[in-house]
Design a protein. Structure first.
Ligand code: SOE
Length: 382
């Protein structure tokens, strides 16, 4: 097995998650090509050297331009903050590499369009890491919908709730600055819900939204009692909510917030169809709640399926039934499908085009907030 050399740009939270995925993948799944961890890249030399050592990369670069040119790198994986995605992805595509990029693909719809065009021109494999599609329970929900077992889908109800910035003294990190992150809760976590909605229900035709920034000014990173407390403005939303109409007639609600006290990472959805319902909550990610209208009336009710049987998506590669998996496995599954895509010569969904559709919904929500009323995702770039 020749394998494919991976070059990873970025080494913080997502860098750790993706590195772990490349290490674990060939140990549990039979993939060809198998990923070969070639080099990791970051601007701060001591930081990236330390990351290379601890995450298992044999070499490092401090300039992404050098990384994408390396002969031993066939796949470039971009896990840096959103404002850097465009330039790194364009360079990797220009160098003829396959690319996987963290979500959201870009900070604006225009950038996403440019990246989609470049990916098409390059003709290499492209993918975007909306990892929650790859939870076995989410895949089971998709299977039930595709098989018609929920009937006609009427409702999509998504909440993505976090609470990590509730303290007003929490610093003004890059995620809270529009020029670096694009948007706040909307793009960071609401994007996951939009991607799941697209995956499970279908295209969104119009939206109407609202956003709120509760804490408008925060201490700059590193400024404290000793250095002198300096503050800056929060330029993104702390919370966002919107209504949506789907192309197939279903209706949806979305809520994304970083101010839901006690909800650390509650990425949840419920889908109601004419024949039944499913409900998922990432904090209980091995389970799918399922309800069928046609069940006998005397035992009717939601059942909780433990999605760990060998026949469940991805589950057979791990442990015996009932031996649960976790957050990190969604990244291993993402890389598995990416390797399969490279082998087949077909980009695995969600592709750059899928991510562009997601970006178009985020963009429509932002326009709706600005002008009021319903707005349509602009898909002209596809
Ligand atoms: C922070 O809100 C974050 O790490 C997101 O950036 C991820 O996409 C999400 O999966 C978990 O939370």
């Amino acid at each position: 097995m020749a394998g494919i050399g991976v070059g990873l740009v970025g080494y913080k939270f997502m860098g750790r998650a993706h590195s772990n995925a490349y290490r674990q993948l060939p140990r549990f799944f039979d993939v060809d090509p198998a990923p070969r961890m070639a080099a990791i890249c970051g601007r701060d030399e001591s930081g990236v050297r330390e990351a290379a050592d601890s995450l298992g990369w044999p070499s490092y670069e401090t300039d992404y331009r050098r990384l994408v040119e390396r002969d031993d790198v066939g796949l470039v994986d971009v896990v840096t903050p959103g404002y850097t995605h465009r330039e790194i992805v364009l360079a990797a595509l220009e160098a003829g590499k396959h690319v996987i990029c963290e979500k959201p693909l870009a900070n604006t719809l225009a950038e996403a369009g440019e990246m989609l065009d470049a990916a098409r021109a390059a003709g290499t494999i492209n993918a975007v890491c909306f990892n929650y599609r790859r939870a076995p329970a989410v895949q089971l929900a998709k299977k039930l919908i595709d098989e018609g077992r929920l009937g006609t889908i009427r409702h999509w109800r998504a909440t993505y709730l976090q609470d990590f910035i509730m303290d007003p003294e929490f610093p003004l990190i890059w995620r809270l600055r529009k020029e670096l992150a694009g948007s706040g809760a909307l793009g960071d976590i609401g994007a996951h819900s939009v991607d799941l909605a697209h995956f499970l229900v279908g295209g969104i035709s119009e939206v109407t939204g609202m956003t709120q920034t509760f804490v408008k000014e925060r201490p700059l990173e590193g400024s404290d009692g000793e250095t002198g407390r300096v503050t800056g403005w929060v330029t993104v939303d702390d919370a966002a909510a919107f209504l949506a109409r789907f192309e197939n007639g279903a209706v949806g609600t979305f809520e994304a917030t970083r101010f839901a006290a006690g909800r650390r990472n509650k990425n949840a959805f419920e889908i109601n169809g004419s024949k039944g319902s499913v409900a998922f909550d990432l904090e209980r990610m091995n389970e799918l709640e399922v309800f069928f209208v046609d069940d006998d009336a005397d035992v009717q009710g939601f059942r909780t399926v433990n999605v760990t049987e060998p026949g469940h998506p991805y589950a057979g590669a791990w442990w015996p039934p009932g031996h649960i998996i976790g957050y990190e496995h969604t990244f291993v599954h993402t890389m598995k499908d990416l390797m399969d895509g490279i082998r087949a010569g077909e980009s695995p969904a969600p592709t750059f085009e899928d991510a562009y559709r997601c970006q178009a919904v985020l963009d429509a929500v932002e326009r709706s907030v600005e002008v009021g009323g319903w707005t349509k995702p602009e898909l002209g770039g596809i």
